[in-house]
Design a protein. Structure first.
Length: 334
């Protein structure tokens, strides 16, 4: 039987951080053996908040590719590709834009949260409001079955499903309605609900060890704990959340010792620093290797993008046929 297909990916707005790792990259590494995995580097989506800095994209696309590979995405198993180089995504975006209302888009809770971050409430670029439509094209151009993402992406997957149902009902049932797989979320070391670059609370996969140490030392812990012998409440402590995510071996002991006031926050943080650096060391080493030879990474993206384009062409042939706008054969449809 043919493998089911996954589509997931990242917006290249900087290097990836631990939140990306826990919230998506770890899962795609696990799933790449079982599924035909497509990983999109969504540079056109990144432009919706960075349209005035396109010159940043080249480095950010490369960073995201290197971070994925350094974490274990295997280009022999997974197809890593660049969004802007796949024409079918732009074409489907245009077609889907008729199947969505402006009202639907402006009620999207993720769009609302992000709009506030970028101060777009009063003056919102049309491309930003519409990026979920383009994301529906990202997912459907390769006829993906499953989309592993964080919970914040749920409204976008729901929109994708609605667009697919509407397309299939109006034209012909040629598109696949995808399902989301939700990944866990890592809170920020500052206690914020999310680790994110724009909140300034991120530990990057490429951070050197002293930078990891500096950031963990600044982390917030249980505010009720003044002395190391005070009984702690790990459930409200950001540092404990990181032990849960990265320290499966001794997380239970840490929890007990904290609750009994037997370990202070300083040694607990030092242990976390050691664990995070041990985890990041091989990732950094693989990244440093790749940085010496970026052309190899571009080659990986180039062949992934070729495969993505070929899949896109197959979908467009079905779409044009379904819409009866396949007026005459073109070099692309043969
Ligand atoms: N919106 C996603 C994010 O901000 C990135 C993304 C773009 C994506 N296209 C996608 C995720 C398609 C899953 C499927 O992280």
């Amino acid at each position: 039987m043919e493998k089911k297909r996954i589509l997931t990916g990242d917006r290249p707005t900087g290097p990836l951080h631990l939140g990306h790792y826990v919230g998506s990259v770890a899962n795609r590494v696990k799933l790449q053996d079982t599924y035909d995995t497509f990983i999109i580097i969504a540079d056109i989506q990144a432009l919706t908040t960075n349209f005035d800095r396109p010159e940043k994209l080249r480095q950010d696309v490369l960073n995201v590719a290197m971070d994925n590979i350094a974490c274990g995405v295997d280009p022999k198993k997974a197809t890593l590709f660049v969004q802007s180089m796949v024409p079918a995504i732009a074409e489907l975006t245009a077609i889907y834009s008729n199947l969505v209302t402006v009202q639907q888009l402006s009620h999207n809770p993720t769009i609302k949260t992000e709009a506030a971050q970028y101060h777009y409430e009063e003056s919102m670029p049309y491309g930003f409001l519409g990026y979920p439509v383009s994301q529906a094209a990202d997912i459907t151009f390769c006829r993906a079955n499953l989309v592993p993402v964080g919970e914040d992406q749920a409204p976008h997957i729901e929109l994708t499903r609605r667009i697919v149902r509407k397309f299939n009902a109006i034209y012909a049932p040629v598109l696949i309605e995808p399902e989301a797989i939700f990944n866990p979320r890592l809170i920020g070391l500052d206690g914020n609900a999310k680790m994110s670059k724009s909140l300034g609370n991120a530990i990057y996969l490429s951070d050197p060890s002293d930078e990891v140490a500096r950031k963990v030392k600044l982390a917030v812990t249980d505010p009720a704990r003044i002395h190391p012998s005070d009984k702690g409440h790990p459930e409200v402590c950001a540092v404990f959340a990181y032990h849960q995510a990265f320290n499966p071996d001794t997380v239970k002991d840490i929890q007990q010792q904290c609750q009994q006031g037997k370990i202070g926050c300083v040694p607990c943080k030092n242990l976390l620093i050691e664990i995070l650096n041990r985890f990041l060391e091989p990732i950094r080493a693989r990244r440093t290797e790749m940085e010496k030879n970026p052309d190899l990474v571009w080659d990986i993206l180039k062949s992934g993008t070729e495969r993505a384009r070929a899949e896109g062409e197959k979908t467009m042939t079905l779409v044009w046929e379904a819409m009866k706008i396949n007026y005459f054969p073109t070099p692309r449809s043969t």
